[in-house]
Design a protein around this ligand. Structure first.
Ligand code: NAD
Ligand code: DAU
Length: 335
């Protein structure tokens, strides 16, 4: 396995994964295939841009010809698919791009994997299980997505299962919990709260703020994908998380404390429609492959906050144009 097509590699987790692979495997090539939507950003890959083992193609995973061309030109043997529309609130406003990219785009990649006999890995999400009222989700639990985003990702997972069974495509899926760390677009809650707090702006907390999430450090997630890619069993799904749950209000207070800002910046705003109050994963199947999370939530958050404090060059310019338009619609117009 040497030539990886990393779709969505200019986004948050994908770009961290590219860096992780180049550092760990000196003989691997990473070909980033990315449409560069609002969430894609070549600044995320600036430090690897001159690495001879890295190449970038700007294209859409829904474009079968472009996918096939990239596979032929770069002798791809493996696809790792990060490409997706990823923000739940945007999927509530308009789900169109979610269905196109997350479902149809996955279908296009699976067809290519079938045609060229490629190994395929899908970066999936714990949101496909829906609100976990009690206990923890296991990989064979039923899928009960409750947002258009989660439903589009569940559709992709089901297609993958069908291609493994019917067409013998060599695919695996990881279902990750919330990632935090460098290069996360500031619409997601942690970078949004950190960058707002730095500027003394309100932190818009949905509803009572008692929803629970398992926030994991992005490089722990990258390592899990690496392990599943190399040691996972074809056709299997693996949950990826820390097992540690944190209420959003606790996370918000911790951010403010790390930045030395007052709790009065927390502003309760109307809740997200259909908001899943809790996700919780059983991660024993992945741990049996030898994976272990190396960051507690506190360590992950501390590192993340420090990165945003030290890298204003990266996020400040993102908080303009399209972002401000989205921010106004999401937080000001919906009251
Ligand atoms: P992101 O939004 O930061 O990046 C998505 C990337 O995909 C961007 O670079 C974008 O340009 C690209 N893209 C979008 N549509 C495309 C298309 N049609 N063709 C080619 N490229 C396209 O996302 P992320 O947070 O890095 O998430 C990556 C993957 O991990 C997604 O599949 C997501 O569902 C999954 N995931 C994310 C999290 C999380 O907490 N962020 C947790 C679990 C799983
Ligand atoms: O669980 C994995 C998923 O995590 C990924 O599949 C998604 O791509 C990723 O976006 C993330 O989804 P969430 O909806 O959990 O993430 P988000 O950062 O949008 O919200 C995290 C929690 O914070 C959630 O309970 C909603 C809350 N929140 C979010 C925003 C943006 C707020 O209270 N205020 C906000 O402004």
């Amino acid at each position: 396995m040497k030539n990886l097509l990393i779709t969505g590699g200019a986004g948050f987790i994908g770009s961290n994964f590219v860096r992780y692979i180049l550092n760990k495997y000196p003989d691997y090539h990473t070909i980033v295939f990315d449409k560069l939507t609002y969430a894609g950003n070549l600044d995320n890959l600036r430090d690897v841009a001159n690495d001879p083992r890295y190449a970038f193609i700007r294209a859409d995973i829904c474009d079968a010809d472009a996918v096939e061309r990239a596979i032929r030109e770069h002798r791809i043997d493996t696809i790792v698919n990060f490409a997706a529309e990823t923000h739940v609130d945007r999927s509530i406003m308009d789900a169109d791009a979610f269905i196109k990219t997350d479902v149809y785009g996955t279908y296009v990649l699976l067809e290519a994997a079938k045609k060229f006999g490629l190994r395929y890995h899908q970066v999936g999400t714990d949101e496909v299980y829906g609100w976990v009222v009690e206990g923890r989700s296991r990989e064979d639990d039923r899928l009960l997505p409750r947002s258009p985003y989660a439903a589009s990702k569940a559709g992709a997972d089901l297609l993958i299962h069908a291609y493994v069974v019917t067409h013998k495509v060599g695919a695996t899926i990881t279902r990750g919990s919330n990632n935090i760390g460098p290069y996360q677009y500031p619409e997601k809650v942690v970078p949004l709260f950190v960058t707002n707090a730095i500027d003394n702006l309100p932190l818009p907390l949905y509803g009572d703020g008692k929803q629970m999430r398992d926030y994991q450090y992005v490089l722990d997630h990258c390592e899990a994908i690496d392990i599943v890619l190399h040691h996972g069993k074809i056709g299997e799904v693996y949950n990826v998380g820390t097992g540690e749950e944190t209420e959003n209000i606790v996370m918000a207070r911790m951010i403010l404390k790390l930045l030395g800002k007052p709790e009065s910046l927390i502003q309760h705003v109307p809740d997200r429609p259909g908001h899943d109050r809790r996700y919780a994963l059983d991660i024993s199947k992945l741990c049996a492959l030898g994976w272990k999370s190396t960051h507690t939530f506190e360590e992950a958050l501390r590192k993340t906050v420090r990165w945003y404090v030290e890298n204003e060059w990266w996020w400040r310019k993102l908080k303009s144009g399209e972002y401000l338009e989205y921010y106004r619609k999401q937080y000001l117009e919906r009251r």
